[in-house]
Write a protein that binds this ligand. Structure first.
Ligand code: NAD
Ligand code: SIN
Length: 474
């Protein structure tokens, strides 16, 4: 790989699908100066004009749906059916963000008689966005749309693994009428991300990625608490199966497979740890294994359509193979063995590991198709196992009644807590974020409006009418 060029590879074929010069760190000064002067003009536009540009962006995304989804599929290896849903989510984000901004970061004034109480929200200014590769359009878009609506401008550094999708999005914004300088791209690896994050010219950073990187950013921002830092990070998510309806075992297996293996396990909300009531461990594991054996793992446009594709690249596949081997070395037993389907390509089969009796596994996120199965004899023990993590993104209970779910919801530590639903597939119309190592209490999705603007409260009156009623000498 050339040091000056960033290349994007199709994980399913190994082909280079896109190449562009890496942005030199020295170019950041100019990029951020441009952003700063563009921001003044953008913040001065009417909100309705900003909304109109965002709506044109959504229309163009839908008009280009096929090309857009094909590009994401080619760049990530995700099935085409899945990337089509990603594009639809990108377009739908605009309407949701307008509503969220109105509800959560709008303007109001209340007449209190002798004065008026006002609330407005102001943009931070220049916001850097750092994105992950698993949803290269949807997740950065979840920061970009609300940030632009609020009057910020964007400098976006996409994942080095998915820059072509970012370039496609930049083109859509330009065609939607977003003026020059309001959405700029920076291409490269973590070093340019770190330089952008540390640059004086940004007023905040909106990040979606791993907890490892997020922690580095939190340290970097420790000296600049006045800058906005929103961190959406990883998870080590539990799914508890308790008092399951045995007549529904196929549906339960489908829910577990969807939670653990959708997008080849490359969703931050995927269930990594399946905790099963011990009396039902064998039945559940057998049903999940039987369904897993039937999953089609293939390239994005294969016929029949695959359930899942490769993971993002060979380095990720190597890492996941090492992580899986560590579970087995710790005493885990392979219920379904992980396989690398091609030596030179990152196609991995889902792995199911029975962790009963194994040494405690590291509390780290294995961002791929690996499900660890545990058992518990008491519900308290299942909750303790679910909470035995520094992360806290999503959790699900499968089975039980509403009283059991109430207990689960009260005791489990996570930002998303579901009942008889998968851990993943989060809605853009709800807040999306986690606790512990999963975030810094700046949830995204519907609550992204909150971190894209700061509130300014005031009281105003036409004239000065102040009197001092007590504490005066006669
Ligand atoms: P990553 O942390 O490796 O990279 C994310 C971005 O940060 C990339 O653009 C990368 O180049 C950049 N980066 C890397 N090191 C940096 C540094 N030192 N300083 C500044 N920028 C740096 O994440 P990834 O592997 O691309 O994505 C997968 C991860 O994202 C998983 O951990 C997953 O759980 C997480 N994720 C979280 C959410 C969420 O909303 N909570 C959603 C999707 C993915
Ligand atoms: C993700 O953002 O990685 C997953 C979103 C989801 O499916 O919950």
């Amino acid at each position: 790989m050339s040091h000056s060029k960033l290349q994007s590879m199709n994980p399913a074929t190994g082909e280079v699908i896109w190449a562009e010069a890496i942005t030199p760190v020295a170019a950041l000064d100019g990029i951020l100066l441009t952003a700063k002067s563009a921001q003044r003009a953008w913040a001065a536009t009417e909100r309705n004009d900003r909304i109109a540009v965002a709506q044109r962006f959504a229309e163009l995304a839908l008009a280009e749906k096929d090309a857009f989804a094909r590009l994401i599929a080619n760049e990530t290896g995700k099935p085409f059916w899945e990337t089509q849903t990603e594009v639809a989510t990108v377009a739908a984000k605009v309407g949701i963000s307008i509503k969220a901004q109105t509800e959560r970061a709008g303007q109001s004034s209340h007449d209190e008689g002798s004065f008026t109480r006002t609330l407005t929200h102001r943009p931070h200014g220049v916001l850097a966005v750092l994105g992950p590769y698993n949803f290269p359009a949807h997740l950065p878009n979840g920061h970009i749309v609300p940030a632009l609506l609020a009057g910020n401008v964007i400098v976006f550094k996409p994942s080095e693994k998915t820059p072509a999708t970012a370039a496609f999005m930049a083109d859509l914004w330009a065609r939607a009428g977003l003026p020059d300088g309001m959405f700029q791209l920076v291409f490269g690896y973590g070093d340019i991300g770190a330089a952008l994050a540390g640059h004086d010219g940004i007023d905040g950073l909106l990040f979606t990625g791993s907890s490892t990187t997020g922690l580095k950013l939190a340290r970097q921002f420790g000296e600049t608490p006045w800058k906005m830092l929103a961190l959406e990070m990883g998870g080590n998510n539990p799914l508890v199966i308790w008092e399951p309806d045995l007549a529904q075992m196929e549906a339960i297996a489908a829910l577990v497979v969807q939670s653990s293996f959708l997008s080849s396990g490359q969703r931050c909300t995927c269930a990594r740890r399946i905790i099963v009531q011990d009396a039902h461990f064998d039945a559940v594991t057998e049903a999940v294994a039987a369904l897993t054996h039937r999953l089609i793992i293939d390239a994005p446009f294969a016929d029949p359509q695959p359930f899942m594709g490769p993971v993002i690249d060979n380095a990720a596949a190597d890492h996941l193979q090492a992580g899986n081997a560590a579970l087995l070395s710790a005493g885990g037993k392979a219920v379904i063995e992980q396989q690398r389907l091609m030596d030179d390509k990152p196609f991995l089969t889902p792995s199911i590991v029975d962790m009963r009796g194994a040494a405690e596994a590291a509390d780290s996120e294995l961002f791929g198709p690996i499900a660890q199965f545990y058992s518990a004899s008491q519900f308290d023990e299942a909750i303790a196992r679910a909470n035995a993590t520094r992360f806290g993104l999503s959790a699900s209970l499968v089975g039980g009644d509403s009283a059991l779910f109430d207990r689960f919801a009260a005791e489990v530590k996570a930002g998303i807590i579901n009942w008889n639903r998968p851990t993943n597939g989060a809605s853009s119309a709800a807040p999306f974020g986690g606790i512990g190592l999963s975030g810094n209490h700046r949830p995204s999705a519907f609550y992204a409006a909150d971190y894209c603007a700061y509130p300014v409260a005031g009281v105003q009156s036409e004239g000065v009418t102040e009197t001092i009623a007590v504490g005066l000498k006669p």
